[in-house]
Design a protein around this ligand. Structure first.
Ligand SMILES: [Zn+2]
Length: 807
């Protein structure tokens, strides 16, 4: 038997978060995971499609009818060997079922014919009839629908048992495989799959390998005969490990834990099943003889006493509000559980009331399944486009028919690089599985092979030239998977991304400069020469320079898109009476640009889009050097020595400042009035001018940042590592290797008192400070005696050996 359904493979997990990835038209994922529209690809528009809401009742009926029909034909074909329709007719029915599921994935139930592993009822298992039919449940897809159902159940009870109070048993709808266990006098005699609800497959040998299912029931008073229903599941935690093993063994991984459970349970060899960590929760009974229980919940207590695994998650609730709370709670925590769930089941707890309500031909009237919005949906992959990011990285992304998944509408998802596209096996035009679990970034999982139409699909080819500027693309260095547009300076896409970035909240924080404004500034439809061709221009903008800027937008007549039109972006349209003038947002843009000039140095550094230089490194650099000039004139070694900087960032800084056009950005920003150094308190004497100080270990009166701050405000450099250029090392408690290195290099070492004296008086007057650490403990003193020896060897010869200085 096949172990996994073909076609759907797992891609690499994505860690980045995308807030509201919900653009209906073409767009792209930035390197920071932000979703932004993508003008390079604006020629390819997604076909606007209807937003699929919950499926209509007609559609649900058609689906249920079709599923029944397909099941019946399968049984006729495989079990009775007496097919009533041709294979082609069967294929048509099956395909329609798949189409409905593709359109409305929330319809897919565990027992859908499409969900059976290998796509067929296997002849490897003996068919067995259930003693009592295993009913499907009625599905509801919204709280409104649930409310209608609950009210109807209440009305039904009121009609038959006036005055009876209903208690609701609510439990998790496990995304697993329904199994029916038959016990006679406490002995497990049979286990079967659900099948079509009447006939299932005998999987007793495989079920016996599941540790939590008892062969003999515990306790006593077992009924003569009882069918116990439950759900076999693959624990979420073990699922990832299983797939790793599958891939390592060269097999296709399972698409989800449910398929893994089904695949594991329907192994021909029970030894194979035994290797899988399957588990089960029981949640109901079918046929019974001699069972003493009045309610569903009492039955669970009984089942638990008998040693059967019952779910720890069910509750008996008195009112509808609590039921809705339960649904909302697990909606938020559905990934914190031992197993996957796809909804909540609500049952009338009392058996008497269950009997009073009865069944329709298909479903019980006393139980309903509320289904959460699907986290995995199918949609068509319309195209694969590429986005050129801020650093020139070219990233393919899928443009899809917008679809609702896990509560938000998704129209695109990153595909990372061409290797990922290849690994996923997706082709343009495929119906693809799109997944978005919780807050996670949407991911194209893979194609639905069964729905691939060879005439409608084509392979994605990674472009060899930049779609934005036409420059030949190349890897940054040999062997890199990622390819880049090397035209950093004038590639319009890269400039647009940098402008968008420099206005961001972590940089200059220019609120009126959003994504569309970045496009209007760098790639407007008119005029031919954009208002800015380098970010050096940004602070030299004037309202006059923006007067003629037009961008292309949807033209709408009474809310309906009728085409595209050019509209002024920064100015009002202008009428005969009222001439065109800067819009309110444009006026705000200039106020904000003015305000941005006073931002602290670290934000200016972030705004420069230097590789690897994010907010953390920028803060470290600003703290250590205090001004752009000092950063620019520092050697790579000095930069690398700063805590939180290191060699990679130092090299990136060196490389960046080596470019003329980069230095021009800094110079022109400075000329426009951007503050290039952090304000220093003028009242603080610059006692440490020209000195580099390393603080190590913990001090009593300063934390690490305060110590650095104290050094920098006095004109010194606060470095992170000791080198021969270090002027002093300040060693607190538990100073480690830095202190040792200082000793090796002969760098003077100060204790906290010495540090305070240095801050106050600078290097020379230290000699005049008396006392200092002299009141320290004996170890301190014994170290002081070493100072003399060190000084004899000439290290720190310009220093006195008095208190506060030790080496
Ligand atoms: Zn380019």
């Amino acid at each position: 038997m096949q172990d996994a359904p073909g076609g759907v493979a797992h891609g690499p997990a994505t860690a980045a978060r995308v807030p509201g990835a919900s653009l209906a038209r073409s767009g792209a994922l930035g390197q920071d995971g932000k979703v932004t529209p993508e003008p390079d690809s604006a020629s390819v528009d997604a076909t606007p499609s209807e937003q699929p809401g919950p499926p209509s009742s007609e559609l649900r009926e058609e689906y249920a009818r079709l599923a029944e029909e397909v099941r019946a034909h399968r049984i006729a074909y495989y079990q009775d060997a007496a097919p009533t329709i041709s294979d082609a007719e069967f294929d048509t029915l099956f395909r329609r079922l798949e189409e409905l599921e593709a359109l409305h994935p929330e319809l897919v139930s565990n027992d859908s014919p499409t969900q059976e592993v290998g796509g067929e009822v296997s002849s490897a298992f003996t068919p067995v009839d259930h003693l009592a039919r295993m009913y499907s449940l009625e599905d509801v897809f919204s709280l409104d629908e649930l409310k209608v159902w609950l009210d109807r159940a209440c009305a039904g009870v009121e009609q038959r048992n006036p005055g009876a109070a209903i208690e609701w048993l609510t439990e998790l709808k496990i995304d697993g495989l329904a199994v029916n266990l038959l016990y006679r006098n406490g002995e497990l005699v049979r286990a079967a799959t659900r099948g079509d609800g009447v006939t299932g497959e005998d999987i007793t040998h495989n079920v016996l390998t599941i540790a939590s299912i008892p062969r003999h029931l515990a306790g006593s008073g077992h009924p003569e005969e009882v069918e116990i229903r439950g759900e076999v599941f693959f624990p979420t935690k073990e699922f990832a490990q299983l797939n790793e093993r599958m891939v390592a063994a060269g097999k296709a991984p399972f698409a989800n834990p449910r398929n893994a459970a089904a695949g594991s349970l329907r192994q021909k060899d029970p030894a194979m099943t035994a290797e899988r960590p399957l588990d089960m929760y029981v949640h109901g009974i079918g046929a019974r003889t001699g069972l003493a229980a009045e309610t569903q919940s009492q039955t669970y207590d009984l089942l638990k006493e008998w040693g059967l695994p019952t779910s720890p998650y069910y509750r008996v609730l008195a009112d509808q509000g609590e039921v809705i709370d339960f649904i909302e709670h697990y909606g938020e925590h559905r990934h914190d559980l031992l197993h996957e769930i796809d909804g909540i089941v609500v049952k009338v707890d009392s058996f008497a009331l269950q009997r009073a309500l009865g069944h329709t031909s298909r479903v019980p009237r006393w139980s309903v399944a509320y289904k959460y919005p699907p986290e995995e949906v199918n949609t068509r992959l319309l195209d694969i486009l590429v986005n050129v990011g801020r650093t020139g990285r070219v990233t393919p992304f899928g443009l899809m028919e917008p679809v609702k998944v896990a509560g938000s509408t998704v129209g695109m998802a990153t595909l990372h690089n061409q290797e990922v596209v290849k690994a996923k096996g997706v082709m343009i035009g495929d119906i693809v599985v799109l997944r978005k679990a919780g807050d996670v970034i949407p991911e194209i999982v893979g194609p639905v092979m069964a729905l691939r139409d060879p005439d409608r699909v084509r392979e994605f080819v990674m472009p060899t030239e930049c779609p934005s500027c036409g420059t030949a693309l190349q890897p940054a260095k040999e062997g890199d998977v990622d390819i880049r547009c090397p035209n950093a300076r004038s590639c319009p896409s890269q400039l647009r991304e940098r402008v968008f970035h420099l206005a961001g909240r972590g940089a200059f924080d220019i609120e009126a400069l959003g994504w569309e404004a970045a496009i209007a500034l760098t790639q407007p439809a008119e005029p031919e020469v954009p208002p800015i061709t380098t970010e050096a221009d940004i602070f030299d903008l004037t309202p006059e320079k923006l007067a003629d800027v037009r961008i292309e937008r949807d033209k709408k007549v009474k809310g309906v898109v009728t085409g595209r039109e050019l509209v002024p972006y920064f100015y009002s349209k202008g009428t005969a009476k009222k001439p065109s003038e800067p819009s309110a947002t444009t006026r705000k843009l200039f106020t904000e640009l003015e305000k941005a000039k006073a931002q602290p140095l670290w934000r200016v550094l972030v705004a420069l889009s230097i590789r690897h230089v994010g907010p953390t490194a920028s803060r470290a650099l600003a703290t250590a050097f205090g001004s752009m000039e000092r950063i620019r004139s520092s050697s790579e070694e000095e930069l690398a020595n700063v805590d939180g900087v290191g060699p990679t960032i130092a090299a990136a800084l060196e490389e960046w400042f080596a470019e003329d056009w980069h230095r021009e950005i800094v110079d022109r920003w400075a000329a426009a009035g951007v503050r290039m150094e952090d304000e220093v308190d003028e009242s603080t004497p610059r006692t440490l001018e020209g000195l580099t100080v390393v603080v190590t270990g913990s001090l009593e009166r300063f934390n690490r940042d305060e110590a650095k701050e104290a050094i920098i405000t006095r004109g010194g450099k606060a470095a992170g590592s000791v080198s021969k250029n270090t002027s002093y090392v300040v060693a607190g408690e538990n100073a480690g290797t830095k202190l040792e290195k200082a000793e090796v290099l002969g760098v003077p070492v100060l204790d906290e008192e010495g540090f305070i004296a240095l801050l106050e008086h600078g290097p020379v007057p230290v000699a005049e400070v008396d006392g200092g650490a002299a009141d320290g403990d004996t170890s301190e003193k014994s170290e002081d005696t070493e100072v003399a020896e060190e000084l004899d060897r000439g290290a720190g010869a310009d220093l006195d050996s008095k208190a506060g200085v030790r080496t």
